[in-house]
Design a protein around this ligand. Structure first.
Ligand code: URP
Ligand code: ZN
Ligand code: ZN
Length: 458
């Protein structure tokens, strides 16, 4: 099977030029101008950008959490991702207490196999670090699970103490992996939550008011300090607060291997959303919470200046009916998370590139190349180059779309951006040389996605 994409504007993280892309089987083999080779499929990309497929390194599909399970499984979630121009995800396998890491990996691989329509890898969440589990971390890296997510929040559920965090970091420093950190001070938050509930403060907005930015800043500082002592790269996930960004900036200025992602929700939504009437604020209950509107500009500056290296989604959808509803009368029972896997590329193009906050190249870097580099997927993924996987998005920058639960494909009953008009549509999407979205229609195959064995640091 061969595909020739003609007349598009190819955008990599560091190139921008008119050209044609020739694909044989699952790889890009030739890039040039006026290519004339015969192909089974020819796609005219005139007037379109031709991008490496988006890489979302923070998703939670089919994840049991907060008394419920995230509403997208690997079939619906990856289909929605493909519609939005994302062709690889890195999801999170969870080691529950008493389990081995291998049990967790087997469980999550079984959830994805036969369902995912695009390629997928896993980070490993460690919730209990026994000596056996510590030893097992090396085997995860050998199997291509080259990053470990640790939690400084959610005491009694996911949170690890500092000693366990430090031990996991020391091991990861040696085995070539990377530490991903959920950086919020869980102990402080727990006290604030109990106090708020005792005072009768039960509405969704108290989720945000009991998770101060300072608690994120403190934990980010601690995560970086522990990683520095353990001599391991640390990647702060879902960074939302200016206080946390300042810690990452300070560490990077000192030359430390500290990285961080933010997510579209922190760039386009704000604390004000929690003030929506009735129980509507539950739509935005996520951790860390949405911050004051002024923070958005600080995050955009961090993205432009490379203090933040990636934009992922933290896609973790729960329906308002039946799932978020668990927290009526007690905000602490609202499952944490929101949908976003489908809307990332267009939102960041519209709000970032079109608003002059980041360049076209930086858009591709933040949503594809840079996460691929940090998480051991580059140059297989994250670039259009001879030999790379033919994961390609043909993006129409002139079409607009209205983000709405009625038209998007995520398996959830609301959209946090309902009614927002954005310019830019991922019209045609290829995953390893196969067209999966063709002029806005899904033409892929359930189960076609394969497990991504990621590289360790060399
Ligand atoms: O609220 C969130 N972020 N839900 C998903 C779990 C996590 O901490 O990433
Ligand atoms: Zn987290
Ligand atoms: Zn998450």
């Amino acid at each position: 099977m061969s595909v020739l994409i003609k007349n598009g504007t190819i955008v990599n993280s560091s190139d921008l030029y008119r050209g044609d892309v020739y694909i044989e089987s699952d790889k890009v083999t030739t890039i040039g101008t006026n290519l004339t080779m015969a192909a089974d499929v020819t796609i005219d990309a005139a007037g379109r950008y031709v991008l490496p497929g988006g890489i979302d390194v923070h998703t939670h599909l089919d994840m049991p959490f907060g008394g419920s399970t995230s509403a997208d499984d690997f079939a619906t979630g990856t289909t929605a991702a493909a519609f939005g121009g994302t062709t690889s995800i890195v999801d999170f396998a969870i080691q529950y207490r008493g389990q081995t890491l291998q049990q967790a990996l087997d469980t999550w691989r079984a959830k994805a196999e036969g369902k995912a329509v695009i390629d997928y890898g896993f980070h490993m969440i460690i919730t209990e670090l026994t000596d056996e589990v510590e030893n097992e971390m090396d085997s995860m890296v050998e199997q291509g699970v080259t990053s470990f997510k640790l939690f400084m929040a959610y005491p009694g559920v996911f949170m690890l103490d500092d000693a366990s965090i430090f031990r996991a970091m020391l091991r990861t420093g040696k085995n070539g992996g990377t530490i991903c950190m959920h950086a919020e001070n869980g102990g402080v938050i727990d006290v604030l939550v109990k106090k708020a509930l005792a005072e009768g403060k039960t509405a969704p907005k108290y989720h945000a008011l009991t998770r101060p930015a300072r608690a994120e800043g403190e934990a980010t500082h601690r995560a970086i300090a522990l990683a520095e002592m353990a001599d391991v790269p640390v990647y702060i996930v879902h960074l939302s607060a200016a206080e946390a960004l300042a810690m990452v900036t300070e560490a990077r200025d000192r030359g430390l291997p500290a990285y961080a992602e933010t997510c579209p929700q922190y760039l386009f939504l704000s604390y004000d959303n929690y003030e929506e009437p009735g129980f509507e604020g539950a739509k935005y209950v996520m951790s860390p919470p949405l911050r004051p509107k002024e923070t958005q500009d600080q995050l955009w500056r961090g993205l432009a200046g490379n203090d933040l290296q990636a934009i992922s989604t933290d896609h973790c959808p729960f329906c308002m009916k039946e799932q978020k509803a668990l927290g009526h009368g007690d905000f602490s029972k609202i499952p944490n998370g929101a949908p976003g896997i489908e809307t990332r590329m267009a939102l960041v193009y519209d709000g970032g590139v079109r608003q002059g906050r980041i360049s076209l190249n930086r858009w591709v870097e933040l949503t594809s190349a840079s996460p691929a580099k940090i998480f051991g997927l580059f140059p297989r993924k994250g670039t259009i180059a001879p030999g790379s996987d033919a994961d390609i998005v043909i993006f129409n920058p002139d079409r607009t779309q209205t983000l709405s639960v009625k038209t998007l494909h995520m398996n959830v009953d609301y959209n946090p951006y309902e009614g927002r008009v954005v310019q830019g549509v991922s019209e045609t999407v290829l995953s390893r040389g196969k067209v999966v979205i063709e002029n806005d229609k899904f033409v892929g195959r359930r189960g076609a996605g394969t497990f991504l064995k990621r590289d360790a640091r060399s």
